[in-house]
Design a protein around this ligand. Structure first.
Ligand SMILES: Nc1ncnc2c1ncn2[C@@H]1O[C@H](COP(=O)(O)OP(=O)(O)OP(=O)(O)O)[C@@H](O)[C@H]1O
Ligand SMILES: [Mg+2]
Length: 307
């Protein structure tokens, strides 16, 4: 069966600032996300992951390329109708539940604010019912709705953030490091919640993280981004067992393993971009093995095939 593409990013550029201060945060980025999958975007701090998420959400303007949602272009000028459709169908969950919730508003208001902009003729009872349902679905009690964010733990706050997204009945969720700021003890709970929501509602995720440790267990495919450029992309299993690009290898070498023998011999690889001679021999996007893509020049491909 042909897989259905829900989101496609084509040659996306995002540039900040003007003239001498111009900074290319995202450079010619390409990927497709299939309906119902979890697509991972991984790379170090400052590599442009959040910027890509924000460009999809239309929070930052793209400076080049196209973003297609269900085949329709959603970057640049779009119709009001399409804008409403994507505000509703595409939701974002943020890294820092401390900073992303309005401290002065009650949970009730926080969760239903987006919904009220859409369904203006909901009655108060219907609105409350939707909030209660959303709270229950993320594992919180409906009576929490009259409290303020500071009364909750980090994990609970993240659930509130998830309820706020869920109440819109989204089809596509950008989860931007949703567990990085949480205690290790509650990370698995939040991941399970996201996985259960996906099963129940066929949600598609763009899942952003800066390391591969969790990513390898929860994603179907992964794109690795380095300084605004995607350097490798493959199915998760393939990427973690046969990484090709030295940056992907470096990211993998940073993951601690429970096996003490392995851990004893583990070598931390360091990625040095100066190792490629891209000035004389520019790289291109190569299908290294079926559905496994890497950014490399001819010389590198020859070397990597050998090793
Ligand atoms: N509004 C902005 N104006 C200017 N520069 C920006 C803006 N937003 C992001 N940047 C820069 O773009 C680059 C990419 O930032 P981005 O937040 O996308 O990185 P990231 O991969 O999400 O990093 P992190 O893992 O730390 O969240 C950074 O160098 C950042 O300083
Ligand atoms: Mg970020």
């Amino acid at each position: 069966m042909e897989k259905e593409v829900i989101l496609e990013v084509k040659d996306l550029d995002v540039t900040f600032g003007e003239k001498k201060k111009r900074f290319e945060a995202v450079k010619k980025v390409n990927f497709k996300i299939y309906k119902g999958e979890t697509f991972g975007l991984v790379g170090e701090s400052g590599s442009g992951k959040t910027t890509i998420g924000r460009a999809i959400m239309r929070i930052v303007p793209s400076t080049g390329g196209d973003i297609l949602y269900k085949g329709e272009k959603i970057n640049g000028a779009i119709s009001k109708e399409l804008d409403r459709k994507i505000i509703r169908e595409i939701q974002m969950i943020f890294q820092d539940p401390q900073a992303s919730l309005n401290e002065r508003a009650k949970v009730d208001y926080i969760i239903s604010e987006g919904l009220m902009n859409f369904e203006k003729n909901l009655t108060e009872a219907e609105r409350k019912e939707r909030v209660d349902q959303a709270l229950l679905e993320v594992g919180l009690l409906p009576e929490f709705s009259s409290r303020f964010p500071h009364e909750f733990s980090g994990g609970q706050r993240q659930r509130i953030g998830i309820a706020r997204a869920l109440i819109m009945n989204p089809e596509f969720i950008i989860a931007d490091e949703p567990i990085s700021a949480l205690d290790v003890s509650v990370r698995a709970q939040v991941l399970n919640l996201l996985a259960n929501m996906q099963k129940k509602r066929q949600i598609t995720y763009l899942f952003i993280a800066h390391d591969l440790s969790v990513m390898r267990f929860i994603t179907d495919r992964i794109a690795v981004i380095h300084k605004g450029e995607i350097v490798e992309m493959a199915e998760t299993e393939e990427l973690v067992t046969n990484p090709v690009h030295p940056y992907t290898r470096a990211l993998l070498s940073a993951i601690p393993m429970p096996d003490p023998r392995y851990e004893h011999n583990r070598k931390l690889l360091v990625y040095d971009p100066a190792m490629h001679d891209y000035k004389t021999n520019p790289p291109s996007w190569v299908e290294f093995s079926p559905e496994h893509y890497v950014l490399a020049n001819e010389k590198e491909i020859k070397e990597w095939v050998k090793s």
